[in-house]
Design a protein around this ligand. Structure first.
Ligand SMILES: [Zn+2]
Length: 198
């Protein structure tokens, strides 16, 4: 197990709904995408807080040190002790309705809010895999969205029979062969028009 704040970034997964580079360890990314997809069905749009110099998802040691220097303890954890350094925490952009939904539902997806006075800091403390019904059945469509300059802006999605999309992974090694690939701006726009939850 790599040390806190020193994870191998190639093992991290893009956070669903996050800006490029906002990454999480894989299990957390999976549970986050599942929670986010279910929230979308309830009309609640979950996204990581945009980074403002301090990373909202995985945070390496240098960035935690920056946060610590800027905010001090306890607003920022001691470098090497934040669960952002393990890729298991997400600072979520909140509105009152998002906070309400999270307080009622996040635990089902393995997330708790265990830092006092930080209702935005979701920490994955349980491993709960999405039920098979969320990734099988219905009209499955697996899609890879390829961004500009060969960067992956999307990933492998499962689209259920209700046109709700769930991000499964951005790890290209986990893409099955022969999945449809969307690469032009027009294709991506159309995909977003058709599906909800992304
Ligand atoms: Zn946090």
């Amino acid at each position: 197990m790599a040390a806190n704040g020193e994870l191998d970034v190639s093992t991290l997964v893009q956070a669903a709904g996050g800006a490029p580079g906002q990454k999480l360890e894989a299990q957390t990314a999976k549970q986050w995408a599942w929670m986010r997809s279910d929230a979308a069905k309830a009309g609640v749009n979950l996204a990581p807080e945009p980074d403002d110099g301090i990373a909202s998802c995985y945070r390496d040691l240098a960035n935690q040190q920056y946060a610590y220097n800027k905010l001090g303890y306890p607003a920022a954890a001691m470098p090497g002790t934040s669960n952002h350094g393990l890729g298991t925490a997400i600072d979520i952009a909140l509105t009152s309705s998002i906070t309400y939904w999270l307080q009622a539902n996040a635990k089902k997806y393995g997330f708790v809010f265990d830092v006092a006075n930080e209702p935005w800091h979701a920490h994955r403390t349980a491993t709960i895999n999405p039920p098979a019904s969320s990734t099988t059945g219905g009209n499955q469509m697996l899609v890879i969205i390829k961004g500009k300059a060969n960067s992956w802006t999307g990933g492998l999605f499962f689209v259920d029979k209700n046109d709700h999309a769930t991000l499964l992974t951005t790890n290209s090694k986990e893409y099955p062969a022969n999945v449809p690939q969307l690469s032009t701006d027009e294709q991506i726009t159309n995909f977003r028009k058709v599906v909800s939850g992304i």
